[in-house]
Design a protein around this ligand. Structure first.
Ligand code: GLY
Ligand code: MN
Length: 473
């Protein structure tokens, strides 16, 4: 946890943004895995954590924007808790840890919120994403689960986005930690990327390294030689020469800050000619974005720059054709990159997307596009110093998608379908970095993970010895 002034400061900042009413923030409950006492690793709700810091269930944080009151509803520690979990602070001590002096019994929260509603007070709630929290909220608000949405508050969402989108120095330090753990996760995966390895053998090590670094992975590890499937969690393939392994993985810190990096490694450590050609195109897109990203330009402009680079590159290898501007306008690149350049990153790997992608990634100045190849961008809004976004271009050869487009003759003026047939066994390439917007530009967080062709081949070569020492190959 951070010191209490961090949490009181954040609540004070929220009070400045909100005009009136009461906001309540339920903590996450334990989530059972296969029976009630066997739970997933506990993960606090990010918004609760942002304002109230504590890392366990059965808590509700309240902020009254009219009176300025702050209340923590929670359970007193029982002897059973101590027996199973060890010594724990009392409820009052927990309040002290986050600068809230008014602590009350968890069981009293329903009455508290009912009294507020009876007085005609406005109640602000954030969208829920867990069924049990939704049921709890329905009970507290004395309504149906369907009607809980009536309390979702756009003013509260907008106010919190405004705070959480700008990362403070202590948050950036956390994200650096997460990025440095990702360095070990990715370089180890590269070293293990040898013919005969099974994907799960590498994915398991990658996940374990995150835990060793202080927290679980920030999302389930994506690791596959079938990199054309964007989120491939299969992990069953045996690695063979001539294929490439996409590894998209990140770590979470003790305070829930995330990293999210992707590297693509040739099995056996050497790119062949065709792989290198496509890799260099994706790398160029990733690097041009880093070279041009700076405050006060919309990230949509960087997405467009990346797509333009991909089209130019794909024209260079004979897979696309025609006028680049025209291809870009109709989003013909979507066949090769059916996702956006990136998303915001923070306490959630797709930061704050529980509020709705568009509420987080767009603003009044930059509305979300409806155009193929652009509507898929999760974050298009104007960048500000303190934002952290991902820069993750990719080129994928998805046989089914190619077949559908080809049958329809879709964007045939821009795509060389005949040549594309010979790439259906290629897989995919993605390269992803976490980028902090600074006052005059940007910088990639964490220790640089090998990325150029020669850097990747070099770390793979080191891996030969390393992997023998581990008895893994
Ligand atoms: N790294 C997973 C994603 O961005 O969707
Ligand atoms: Mn990502």
């Amino acid at each position: 946890m951070f010191t209490k002034d961090v949490y009181s400061g954040r609540r004070a900042a929220l009070k400045k943004e909100m005009k009136n009413g009461i906001a309540f923030f339920p903590a996450n409950n334990e989530a059972p895995f296969n029976y009630p006492d066997n739970t997933y690793i506990y993960r606090q709700d990010s918004n609760f954590s942002y304002f109230f810091g504590l890392k366990h269930p059965d808590l509700v944080g309240v902020i009254d924007f009219d009176s300025g009151e702050e209340i923590l509803f929670g359970q007193e520690v029982t002897i059973d808790d101590v027996i199973w979990c060890g010594p724990l602070p009392s409820l009052q001590e927990q309040g002290d840890m986050i600068g809230v002096s008014d602590v009350r019994s968890f069981g009293k929260f329903g009455d508290y919120i009912q009294q507020a509603l009876a007085k005609g007070r406005t109640v602000h709630l954030l969208p829920t994403y867990r069924g049990d929290t939704l049921i709890q909220c329905a009970k507290w608000l004395n309504t149906t689960t369907d009607n809980v949405a009536n309390y979702h508050s756009l003013p509260l969402i907008k106010a919190i986005v405004k705070l959480r989108e700008i990362k403070s120095d202590i948050e950036i330090a956390e994200m650096e930690k997460a990025a440095n753990t990702a360095y070990y996760m990715h370089t180890t995966a590269m070293k293990m990327c040898k013919p005969g390895m099974i994907e799960r053998e590498i994915a398991g090590v990658v996940e374990g390294l995150s835990l060793s670094g202080g927290g679980p992975v920030s999302f389930p590890v994506i690791l596959s030689v079938d990199g054309q499937t964007l989120h491939n969690h299969g992990h069953r393939n045996v690695l063979k020469e001539g294929r490439m392994m996409v590894c998209d993985a990140g770590a979470e810190t003790e305070n829930y800050y995330a990293s999210d990096f992707t590297r693509t490694t040739p099995v056996g450590g050497k790119f062949n000619q065709r792989q290198r050609e496509i890799y260099e195109i994706v790398l160029k897109a990733n690097q041009e974005v880093i070279a041009n990203t700076r405050p006060y330009i919309p990230y949509m402009v960087m997405h467009t720059l990346a797509c333009r680079t991909l089209i130019e590159g794909l024209k260079g290898v004979g897979l696309m054709k025609g006028n680049t501007d025209d291809a870009l306008k109709v989003g013909a690149h979507y066949l090769f990159m059916p996702h956006g350049l990136g998303h915001m990153l923070g306490m959630d790997v797709h930061d704050m997307e529980g509020f709705g992608e568009t509420n987080v990634g767009y603003d009044d100045i930059t509305p979300r596009s409806t155009q193929q190849g652009f509507s898929c961008l999760r974050c298009g809004k104007t960048l500000k110093p303190g934002f952290v976004v991902t820069d993750e271009p990719g080129i994928y050869f998805i046989p089914k998608l190619i077949d559908i487009w080809k049958a329809e003759g879709k964007n045939k003026d821009f795509i060389n379908y005949e040549r594309l047939e010979t790439y259906k066994d290629f897989g995919g390439i993605r390269i992803e970095d976490d980028v902090l917007i600074t006052n005059d530009g940007c910088r990639v967080l964490g220790r640089p993970i090998p990325k150029t062709v020669s850097e990747v081949e070099e770390i793979c070569a080191q891996g030969r010895e390393w992997i023998k020492m581990q008895g893994l190959y």
